[in-house]
Each structure stands twice: as structure tokens, then as C-alpha cells.
Write a protein that binds this ligand. Structure first.
Ligand code: GSH
Length: 234
């Protein structure tokens, strides 16, 4: 049977708690989805800091676990059949953790797939579009003078926010009263628009009051407050 030590990534980031889930991450919107879920679920885990600013995610050690070279990634030493399993892509990791524990994902088949539908909406829409918006609005603002990318991705970000606004107008969470991996996938990205991109006014976030109220509800959860800080930066 494969051992945790058979994963080459453990040479660069050694496990001090080999029975716990190993998380390789950085506290970005995609990274904190996993630490927040792990905190919500109360699963034992050990977080390893992957300094994406220093391209740790492009090293052979990291690529051995995620050939796509992006955080987050995990190894569960106690995966299906008791064998260790490595995983990347935050949506797949959230689904895996929810299925492993039977929490944060409704059991009813129709509600389960409806939850996953919103996870995929985040993975295919919100994450990539908000991310491109942030890149051009904040990080490449001094490199790209053409207003077109900010206009395009800003409009798309607002359109996606309006989809969320409609969904959340009559709901506490994305799946009504159930707090699920759909909320955990989505809210760190919405938080980023103001906190990291400083685009509150540009995107007119006040025009999405249901989204903002939901964001506050998600953020005020103790697991969110802890998960946001994991892994701690140097
Ligand atoms: N679809 C991937 C996206 C992961 C992703 O974009 N991670 C970013 C941080 S939020 C990253 O590792 N960036 C560093 C790089 O691209 O080199 C997921 O959800 O896991």
C-alpha cells in the first residue's frame, strides 16, 4: 500500500503529523476555501505554506502533487480504502472533504447536485472572471493602459454578482438554511473584491445588498475567521 512518504512533495514539506490531512496552500481566495472547510469540519490537518510569490508552486516537489502548479492541494493519508490520496483543484477538494465527512453537502440527491452546480458556477465563472478583473484592475494597472480588460472583466464580475444577488435575496445561504461547500467556494472570492482588489466603489458593491449581507454571515463564522489566516504567512 502507498505511504504518505511515497509522495515526493513530503520531502520538500515534511509532515510532522503524518496521520493528519496535509494541506499545501497560501491564503488566497482559492487557498482559504480548503482551510475554511477543514475548520468547519473539524478534521485534523497540517498546513504547509507554499509561497506562490516565490514560485514554490512551480517546483518539481509541488508539481509532483499538482501538475497544474497551483495551490491548493492536499494529501489525505486516510483516503478511500484507507489508502493515501493526493488531490488538487479546490472544487474537487471541497467535494471530497464533504463526501468524506457527510457534511456541508446535502444528502438528498436533488439538493446535492444543486449545491455542486453552484460550486461549478464558482469554479468556472466567479473565480476566473473575478481573478482576471483583479489582475487588470489592481495588479497590472501600471502595465496595461487600455481600459478594455477592466471594462470587460468588471462588467462580467457585476453580472455574476447580480446572479448571486437574485439567488440570495430570499435565502440565508446559497442552499437556504444549509451552509454548504457552495458558500465556502463563493464567499472568499466576493470578499476579495473589496479587501484585496479595493474595487468596492468601482464595482458598486452596495448595489448587491443581499450578497453583502450573506458575505457578512459567512465571514462571521468562527471557522472562516480561523481559515482565512491559514497557512500563516512568514
Ligand atoms: N482552479 C484552481 C485555481 C487555483 C489557482 O488559481 N491558484 C492560484 C492562487 S488563488 C495560484 O496558485 N496561483 C499561482 C500561479 O498561478 O502560479 C483551483 O480552484 O484550485
Amino acid at each position: 500500500m502507498r505511504q504518505l512518504s511515497d509522495f515526493p512533495i513530503t520531502e520538500r514539506w515534511p509532515a510532522t503529523q503524518p496521520d493528519a490531512i496535509q494541506l499545501y496552500s497560501f491564503a488566497t481566495p482559492n487557498g482559504v476555501k480548503v482551510s475554511i472547510a477543514l475548520e468547519e469540519l473539524g478534521l485534523p490537518y497540517e498546513a504547509h505554506l507554499v509561497r506562490i510569490g516565490k514560485d514554490d508552486q512551480k517546483t518539481d516537489a509541488f508539481l509532483s502533487l499538482n501538475p497544474n502548479g497551483k495551490i491548493p492541494a492536499i494529501i489525505d493519508p486516510n483516503g478511500p480504502g484507507g489508502e493515501p490520496i493526493g488531490l488538487f483543484e479546490s472544487g474537487a477538494i471541497l467535494q471530497y472533504l464533504a463526501e468524506k465527512t457527510g457534511k456541508l453537502l446535502p444528502q438528498d440527491p436533488a439538493r446535492r447536485i444543486e449545491t455542486l452546480q453552484w460550486v461549478y458556477f464558482q469554479m468556472g465563472g466567479v473565480g476566473p472572471m473575478f481573478g482576471q478583473f483583479g489582475h487588470f484592475y489592481k495588479f497590472a494597472a501600471d502595465k496595461v493602459k487600455d481600459p478594455y480588460p477592466v471594462e470587460r472583466y468588471g462588467n462580467e464580475a457585476r453580472r455574476l454578482l447580480s446572479v448571486l444577488e437574485t439567488r440570495l435575496q430570499s435565502r440565508t445561504f446559497m442552499m437556504d438554511d444549509d451552509y454548504t461547500i457552495a458558500d465556502i467556494a463563493l464567499f472568499p472570492w466576493v470578499r476579495t473584491l473589496d479587501l484585496f482588489y479595493e474595487a468596492k466603489d468601482h464595482l458598486k458593491l452596495a448595489e448587491f445588498p443581499a450578497v453583502m449581507a450573506w458575505l457578512d454571515r459567512c465571514m462571521s463564522r468562527p471557522a472562516s475567521q480561523t481559515g482565512f489566516k491559514i497557512p500563516a504567512a512568514d
